[in-house]
Design a protein around this ligand. Structure first.
Ligand SMILES: [Zn+2]
Length: 356
């Protein structure tokens, strides 16, 4: 697996262009300055991501952190989470694009988590939120929320009706979280009921990914004023060996470690699915599986002798076709198209051009 493929997958299947830019500008502690010059197509990305919709929003943008915060409730989800979660609630700081998600069981919990978020970020930064925007689903907000905002001096701005759906910042952001989440779920091969872990990890990784902001830094660095590190990040779904405490081992022949699945990150360790429970593991060994998912276009067909022979036959055919076309003036336009096709089939490495 190349460095490029590994980083693309570890970072939650981020856009290749952003990944290159992050490496070039060393936006995370421990990122290589250069990654391979190769054209990759990722099967997981193709399967799980929607194409980005155009985003037009001429509403006022924040000029510093916490000036504007967007919030949106996503759900109810068809699959209930392993802790009975039905929704995820997200808060996005407009300036840094730092996101915080809470996975909740019912709409009634929105108020509690709003309080928690506001208190947490205000304590952390010493700044106060000036404006709170509900981009979608205003119905879950209630009198208590308005009362709280009034007490805290936060202006509440529901999104104007005409920019609903397509243009809400938080709603759009939640869709990108879902895209990344689907990729992660596909990597980890765990049951869907673990979606809350997947969504939280998507948010964690997105906070460490270059986003469209005024400062060309990661949301984490803009918000916390320090560079995050890539060192603790591992391929999602990797096997995690968690040491069993001495007192829990009944016999000297019992194994010294149990094996779990990497489902997320915390400040001090990893979130690991082990024996059908999610635990936080600090002392553990992680073995990253080396499965190739991305394919180099043009090389993927060279795996077997049979395919090589087929390709040779095809090349011979196209050569013959080209020879006939040479003498047929009327087919010039067509032959150009064909040549284009032939080129793309034969090329092993393409110039830098990425589409996901
Ligand atoms: Zn991918």
């Amino acid at each position: 697996m190349s460095k490029k493929e590994k980083l693309h997958r570890t970072m939650g299947h981020i856009n290749f262009k952003n990944l290159e830019s992050m490496c070039k500008n060393e936006l995370l502690e421990g990122l290589p300055k250069d990654i391979e010059y190769e054209y990759l197509k990722c099967a997981i990305c193709i399967e799980n991501k929607m194409h980005n919709l155009p985003f037009h929003n001429n509403r006022r943008k924040a000029e510093e952190i916490l000036e504007i915060v967007h919030t949106d409730l996503n759900g109810p989800h068809q699959t209930t989470g392993y802790n009975k979660e039905k929704y995820f609630l997200s808060f996005i700081d407009d300036y840094s694009k730092l996101v915080k998600v809470y996975c909740i069981r019912s709409k009634d919990e929105v108020y509690d988590y709003l309080l928690q978020y506001v208190n947490e970020v205000q304590n952390l930064t010493g700044k106060t939120i000036k404006e709170l925007r509900f981009d979608n689903g205003k119905e879950y907000m209630n009198g208590r929320v308005f009362q709280f905002a009034k007490e805290k001096g936060i202006i509440i701005k529901p999104c104007p009706a005409y920019v609903h759906q397509l243009n809400g910042t938080a709603e759009r952001y939640n869709r990108t979280l879902m895209d990344m989440g689907r990729c992660l779920l596909s990597e980890a091969k765990v049951e869907r009921k673990f979606w809350p872990e997947v969504i939280k990890t998507a948010a964690y990784l997105k906070n460490r990914t270059l986003t469209n902001t005024i400062e060309r830094k990661t949301p984490y660095e803009i918000f916390f004023k320090r560079k995050p590190s890539v060192q603790n990040l591992k391929l999602y779904g990797s096997r995690v060996f968690v040491r069993i405490r001495e007192e829990r081992r009944r016999s000297k022949w019992d194994k010294k470690a149990e094996v779990g699945i990497l489902l997320g990150y915390t400040d001090t360790g990893y979130r690991v699915l082990i024996n059908n429970r999610v635990i936080i593991a600090r002392n553990c060994d992680i073995i990253e599986e080396d499965i190739k998912l991305c394919g180099l276009e043009g090389e993927e067909d060279n795996n077997t002798e049979y395919k090589i022979k087929e390709k040779e036959k095809e090349d011979k055919r196209t050569q013959e076709e080209r020879d006939t076309i040479k003498y047929d003036e009327t087919s010039v336009a067509e032959s150009k198209d064909e040549e284009q096709n032939r080129k793309s089939k034969r090329q092993v490495k393409r110039p830098l051009r990425f589409d996901e």
